[in-house]
Design a binder for this molecule. Sequence first.
Ligand code: UDP
Length: 215
Amino acid sequence: KLAQHRDVCLCLFDVMLPGIDGFEVCRRVRATNPHIGIIMLTARSQEMDKVTGLISGKISLRYNNIRRFTMKPVYNRILLKLSGEVLAGTLGHGIDFDTVQEICSVVKTVADMGVQVGIVVGGGNFWRGRSSGKMDRTRADNMGMLATAINSLALQEALIQTGNDAVVMSALDIQRMVESFNKDKAVKYMQNGQVVIFSCGTGSPFFSTDSGAAL
Ligand code: UDP
């Protein structure tokens, strides 16, 4: 009844209710008011509880301890492949640092959940070897790989500014700027909560950063 009232914009209730379960209440509230916010408090944290809750229309499921989300990360470690073009934002070319910061704030949210994050970034916002026309393909691809290094440094800067330590590793040796790739070190950095940005794809021409991400 309360939820039907126009001034109510948020419902907060338990799943375990006398005579009716909270999911059913949620369904009924949602049916009468599609815009109302619904938060359920519950100790039930099974995957199916979350699914049932979401289907019935709640916006979030929380423990009785309100500060803790029950949503646990599904993966301990993720690899995010970013195409170079996304870093250009509305500029369409090069780097729009506001966009890079926006992306990095999402990455930080994920890292703050305890998820280890690796990023493979492309270079298409600057250069793609295969679009180089008459150029020698190997030289053109080397240019493309350097473009990924530029993007990696932008991501590193944005992550550090966002408050998440980040390391750039490269498949090509450009050690005065970034570390050379080393699998054990990369794992250690990620376990330490540092985001590892993998630049220069596979380090070989005639490949793409997608191949690097797959490797
Ligand atoms: N590249 C390469 N070897 C690799 C990865 C990349 O030669 O292992 C070069 C290639 O010229 C490619 C460019 O770097 O076109 C940029 O990478 P990609 O095209 O994958 O960038 P994205 O499309 O993801 O922005």
